[in-house]
Design a protein. Structure first.
Length: 403
């Protein structure tokens, strides 16, 4: 007697132009078909909230990929070697040591002290719009602000911000699943330049410490007296430019675009500015910058009726999980008043985003300031999606503002 062959899950291509434009109908079809979809060689996508929420905390899944994986992804240059020392791609016990030390240096109290500085930065960036009646939410606000904030966090002088910004942008190319050959030289140059620049700053902080993040990373010790090595500080500070720049840029741009598309939600937020924290959480759920994270199965893992063998890669589709109707009522509706919102846009478990608190503060300050300063926000032209980046993002969101 023979048994019927298990039907293969559907295939998902994240680079399909239709998916890049709007992935959510495809996610809905994938969730309806089952908990898994096929992706690249040896890799599976996880589509449903319950499975993603469980697996993002599962110790059998790791983020530390073999060096050959990073060389295949980013090449043999500085970008490929860089991933071996950053917290994003380390597993226990090294991950625990790095996270404890970095959390002592980069904690909510440090971010709270930075809030007035962020408010002043947002005000300054919006000043030209008050004169001209329009701005681009990407190039004039969401793009420059996070770099300014990360630089302030590290004590980098404002005169160097313009010099750093293009390297921070090129650094994002290194985080593609497979970095195109055409992007690898720029990604390598960005890693090499930022390592050199931050290494020099670190040398100065060693001689004259301050209260900036680099000084605090130098001074951080855990209960066993362990400290961060200089190369660990530099590479994780370089990583902070990506984590603190790309994600926040796209969160702000996506939030502005969402408010332009949903004037009823903009009106709610204007009526009750105290909704800003909830609105930011809803922007993260509704159209999060990070649509998926990769995990390496260190042991066999069962998803649905299929066993994923050790050594395979699972892509946890956060964007799909965040629109799962089994978890979120009316998930395709933007609702800035949504209370129960356990979205997964910052991951979970031991790899929960360390900079999530900073991103939330930046976004809250931005939307509070925008809506307080301008009585109207309307589209000044069609928003354009960024089609060649690693995250879900916009290239341009033109905005007209009331006087």
């Amino acid at each position: 007697m023979t048994t019927a062959r298990t039907r293969m899950p559907p295939r998902f291509d994240a680079r399909d132009p239709a998916v890049v434009a709007d992935p959510y109908p495809t996610y809905a079809a994938l969730r309806a078909a089952g908990p898994l979809c096929r992706m690249g060689p040896g890799s599976w996508g996880v589509t449903r909230y319950a499975d993603v929420a469980r697996l993002v905390r599962d110790p059998r899944l790791g983020s530390e990929f073999p060096p050959d994986y990073h060389r295949m992804s980013a090449g043999d240059g500085p970008a490929g070697s860089f991933f071996g020392s950053i917290i994003l791609y380390r597993d226990p016990p090294e991950h625990g040591r790095l996270r404890r030390l970095m959390a002592r240096a980069f904690n909510p109290a440090l971010v709270r002290r930075l809030r007035p500085t962020i408010e002043a930065m947002v005000t300054e960036l919006l000043d030209p719009a008050a004169r001209t009646g329009r701005f681009d939410a990407v190039s004039d606000l969401a793009f420059p602000l996070p770099v300014m904030v990360v630089c302030a966090l590290m004590g980098i002088p404002p005169a160097d911000h313009e010099k750093i910004r293009p390297y921070a942008l090129d650094l994002s190319k290194a985080f593609a699943a497979i970095v195109p050959e055409s992007d690898r030289p720029a990604a390598d140059r960005a890693v090499e330049w930022l390592r050199g620049y931050l290494g020099e700053i670190l040398d100065r902080r060693r001689a004259e410490p301050g209260d900036d993040l680099l000084s605090r990373m130098l001074a951080a010790t855990d209960d066993d007296g362990a400290v961060l090595a200089a190369d660990e500080i530099v590479d994780n500070a370089v990583f902070a430019f990506f984590a603190g720049f790309e994600t926040t840029t796209n969160l702000i741009a996506t939030g502005v675009a969402a408010l332009l598309e949903h004037p009823d939600q903009q009106a709610l937020l204007r009526t009750d500015p105290a909704l800003a924290p909830r609105a930011v959480e809803e922007f993260l759920r509704y159209d999060g910058p990070i649509q998926g994270v990769a995990r390496l199965a260190r042991e066999d893992v069962v998803v649905g009726d299929r066993t994923i063998r050790a050594g395979r890669v699972l892509i946890l589709l956060l964007g799909s999980a965040n629109r799962d109707p089994e978890q979120f009522p009316d998930p395709d509706r933007l609702d800035v008043t949504r209370e129960d919102n356990p979205h997964l846009s910052f991951g979970g478990g031991i790899h929960h985003c360390l900079g999530g608190y900073l991103a939330r503060v930046e976004a809250q300050v931005t939307f509070e300031t925008l809506l307080r300063r301008f009585p109207t926000l309307t589209a000044a032209g069609p928003a354009r999606r960024q089609t060649d980046g690693t995250l879900r993002s916009y290239a341009s969101v033109p905005v007209a503002v009331g006087p």
